[in-house]
Design a protein around this ligand. Sequence first.
Ligand SMILES: [Zn+2]
Length: 303
Amino acid sequence: MRDFNSEKEIIEAFKNITIWKNGDKRAPHKPLLILLSLAGVQRKEQRLVSFEEIEPRLKRLLSRFDRKGNGVHPEYPFFHLQSDDFWEIAGSGPIEDILKSGSKKRSPSAKTLREGHTMGGFSEQLYMKLRDNPELVNQLAHRILDGHFPTSLHEDILDEVGMPWVVTLKKKRDPEFRSMIMRIYDRRCAICGYDGRLGDINLCLEAAHVKWHAAGGPDEMDNGLALCSLHHKALDSGAIGIDDDDRIIVSQEINGSHGISDWFLSYLGKQIRKPQDGQPGVLKEYKEWHRTQVFRGPGRHFE
Ligand SMILES: [Zn+2]
């Protein structure tokens, strides 16, 4: 294991994680495992985590953010991140023999890792340095995202690994927010009803904060809406808003020659979908905050 003497060395090491490349194909296995582990450091979880425990989460991440053709192999990064000299693993049985042989080329199966009760995590020295430096953890997470994923996916990835998107160290974002919002809005856009999926994964469907998280909006169901990517961005950009009667308002500034009518004007004055029975809709003060701070009024006339 390497010894880190400065933040700079840690940043360099993370930057240089070896990524398997073949032409334009990418393999974001290691970046995703690192993000998952950084989220664990942030939550002050134990340094070493068993493969069995991390496998389902890593699998989910890989199936969502890796190329489909790569298959889903959480065992690869869990084992091969060792070669970057800041990740250690230990186990028993056949995995112990593989580790003793010092071969980092041989790839044990997920079954071997599971059966050997294999544990993995950052080296002790690195873990301590990260635990004492939350800003560095955030910085590393952002660098990994910037280095490996398009911006439009950053928030989804961070939601999935359970890290706050807005890097304020006091306000932690609730990783349950997304799943809660998706559930109460029945996995449909609250504006247009869109419910597209790719396989069994929601496609272009997001949990939006009406009052921005960055502005102190809470991760509560009365501040969230399930929205398709288009309407989420439109809400965050102030192109649309919601009045006190839950009707959709549309900025006069919105214009264009194609799709504007279908995707915006046809919803003008319509009510947003209500959450499932008994759940609160968006709180009046958050809608009001959005209208005054974000919405690009005046709105188009309706009724
Ligand atoms: Zn929509």
